[in-house]
Design a protein around this ligand. Structure first.
Ligand SMILES: *[C@@H]1O[C@H](CO)[C@@H](O)[C@H](O)[C@H]1NC(C)=O
Ligand SMILES: *[C@@H]1O[C@H](CO)[C@@H](O)[C@H](O)[C@H]1NC(C)=O
Ligand SMILES: *[C@@H]1O[C@H](CO)[C@@H](O)[C@H](O)[C@H]1NC(C)=O
Ligand SMILES: *[C@@H]1O[C@H](CO)[C@@H](O)[C@H](O)[C@H]1NC(C)=O
Ligand SMILES: *[C@@H]1O[C@H](CO)[C@@H](O)[C@H](O)[C@H]1NC(C)=O
Length: 318
């Protein structure tokens, strides 16, 4: 899953609700799946404001985000991702790009590979054949590992097809004469906590003695109470499991453009932190209730805003 584009929405200012007091545990494992908001660039800074728990981020790409150009790698660690397979079998853009970041003084210690290669582009997947991924891995990733960079397995979807794809990938490496050794396995999960825990168990059962990163997860399209309960339970679980090294919740966007339902989002339609958003950063509950529609917040009907909201909804891919 990937949120691909956001369009500007015209919003009316409403008074801030009173703050609650409940706080949530802090964790050094927490990072950001960064979904930049060009219409409201101030949203991008919310994740790194002082006191934020978040220590690392990825943006599905090779280059650090301009929004965080003034953050050093040790302040807010950037993790590059090789998103898909380049069409040319001699394309080393990713390898050379990471090397250039390192030689430029940025301490790149981890990279992610292949966003949902078993998924189609309609859901934000990179739709890569396992054999092509293996060729790409051997060419662009193995040299980084030799340089000491820790490399994540292809980040397949949480479906059964993900397991099949990953097994085919490792087989394809072997038939190309290389054991593609992964340093950690990223997991994506959309669904309830029982499913998530069972899925992690299945990954660890299939690939024992591995480190896990949960790089996208949420209970999608659920009511607010269930979304919050899922958030609490899963974060506590990840913090408790020693083999979960890092996790990044899928929700760094406004509820009005969310493709996983408004209640999973970490920002309201007005760009304020929701309870989940604030807890994720290590703060107190805000009592800000996310709404699906930005237009519903307007004091009077605005054809322009409603039209933009509809267009925006079409750009948000499921
Ligand atoms: C970093 O840059 C952003 C704009 O890109 C700005 O909003 C933010 O205040 C800056 N932060 C610091 C600590 O300089
Ligand atoms: C590079 O980053 C890794 C991971 O954060 C850290 O363990 C290591 O000490 C850093 N190295 C340098 C030279 O800063
Ligand atoms: C790959 O791993 C297998 C099993 O551990 C081992 O027998 C084989 O020698 C390895 N091949 C390479 C090319 O490293
Ligand atoms: C588990 O991984 C560690 C560190 O990579 C290694 O030293 C150890 O031998 C592994 N254990 C098994 C059972 O594979
Ligand atoms: C989630 O955790 C917060 C902070 O501890 C707490 O206030 C809230 O009641 C919890 N919500 C659920 C549904 O567990």
């Amino acid at each position: 899953m990937q949120l691909l584009a956001q369009l500007p929405l015209v919003l009316a200012a409403l008074p801030t609700l009173a703050s609650g007091a409940a706080t949530f545990q802090k964790s050094s494992k927490r990072g950001l799946v960064f979904v930049p908001n060009s219409a409201h660039p101030s949203d991008n800074q919310i994740w790194v404001e002082s006191g934020s728990d978040l220590t690392w981020y990825y943006n599905y790409g090779l280059q650090p985000s301009s929004a965080y150009a003034n953050r050093t790698q040790s302040e807010f660690e950037f993790v590059p991702m090789l998103w898909g397979a380049p069409s040319s079998t001699t394309d080393n853009t990713f390898l050379n790009g990471v090397k250039a970041l390192i030689s430029g003084g940025r301490n790149i210690s981890h990279v992610l590979t292949f966003n949902e290669p078993d998924g189609s582009s309609s859901t934000g997947g990179s739709n890569v054949d396992p054999a092509v991924a293996a060729t790409t891995w051997i060419r662009e990733i193995v040299p980084l590992q030799k340089q000491g960079v820790k490399c994540g397995a292809p980040a397949v979807t949480g479906s059964n097809g993900g397991f099949t794809w990953l097994a085919s990938f490792f087989d394809a490496c072997q038939s190309q004469g290389t054991n593609c050794t992964v340093d950690f396995i990223p997991i994506h999960w959309y669904g309830n906590f029982e499913g998530l825990a069972s899925h992690i168990g299945q990954v660890v059962g299939t690939y024992p003695n591995t480190s896990i990163w949960i790089t996208e997860y949420a209970l999608n399209n659920a009511d607010l109470a269930d979304s919050q309960s899922f958030f609490n339970t899963s974060a506590e679980y990840f913090d408790r499991l020693s083999y979960v090294d890092r996790y990044s919740y899928f929700g760094s966007f406004r509820s009005s453009v969310s493709n996983v339902g408004p209640n999973a989002a970490m920002l309201t339609q007005k760009g304020e932190l929701t309870d989940i958003g604030s807890w994720y950063l290590g703060g107190a509950a805000t009592n800000n209730i996310p709404k699906a529609s930005a237009a519903s917040q307007l004091s009077s009907a605005s054809a322009l805003s409603v039209g933009l909201a509809v267009v925006a909804a079409c750009f948000v891919l499921l």
